[in-house]
Design a protein around this ligand. Structure first.
Ligand code: DX5
Ligand code: ZN
Length: 219
């Protein structure tokens, strides 16, 4: 059984105070810090790079779940591994070499995760499921925090649960985008077990917000 994990996205945190924001998150009992890397090419926005991740590393024991929304992510894997990433997620749409890129992540000693956008079918990652520790199903189109959850993406979560079972694999299923105390239940019912939440966590007291997410998972 894949255990439930909450992954607050620091895209919605105060960028001038990452150290204290990470400390606050650690105290909430969240399992991961989800770190959104945007290059202004694969997605319209630019967020931050490996240097910022490396600066944050000494200040937190949380697992760093680095979501690379960048074109040709294979060129940046070693850099993020050195910066202290525990999990690196790369988009199937962002490279012609998804198989090799995932192998590169594991070779760097980091957990490998493959991401599919709302418009990308599970079929696109079927041949690499044996190479990953996690599949991230985007529940919004990537690029911005604060967008509405797309319920139609849940069919892909259910499909992945079946493929995992049939092929006797153990990957986690993460969802990202529009997760709050209601949509988290929908994603859990479909079979997801790792839940990214940005605006929901940071719009109020983070400890309280993470607590309500955890509560929603257990009732
Ligand atoms: C969107 C990012 C998300 C984002 C989620 O492109 O990948 O991780 O921070 O934000 P919310 O939870 O506000 O939808
Ligand atoms: Zn993300």
């Amino acid at each position: 059984m894949n255990s439930y994990k909450i992954a607050p996205s620091i895209l919605s945190a105060d960028y001038a105070n990452f150290e204290s924001e990470l400390k606050k998150l650690e105290a909430t009992g969240a399992e991961y810090a989800h770190i959104d890397i945007m290059d202004g090419h694969f997605v319209p926005n630019i967020s931050f790079g490996a240097g910022v991740v490396a600066s944050m590393r000494p200040h937190s024991k949380l697992a760093f779940d680095c979501h690379l929304m960048v074109s040709n992510p294979e060129h940046h894997i070693e850099e993020f591994a050195r910066a202290g990433a525990d999990i690196i997620s790369i988009h199937a749409e962002a490279t012609s070499h998804i198989h090799g890129a995932l192998q590169k992540i594991r070779a760097a000693g980091v957990k490998a995760s493959v991401v599919i956008n709302p418009g990308t079918p599970v079929e696109a990652v079927k041949n690499v499921l044996n190479l990953v520790d996690q599949v991230l199903v985007m529940t919004v189109n990537p690029g911005f925090g604060g967008q509405a959850f797309l319920p139609e993406t849940m069919d892909k979560v259910r499909e992945l649960v079946v493929l995992r079972e049939v092929n006797q694999l153990g990957f986690d299923i993460e969802v990202d985008g529009g997760i709050d105390n209601e949509t988290i239940r929908v994603a859990k019912e479909a079979g997801a077990n790792v839940f990214v939440a940005g605006s929901y966590v940071f719009k109020d007291d983070v400890a309280h917000q993470v607590h309500t997410l955890k509560e929603a998972l257990h009732d």
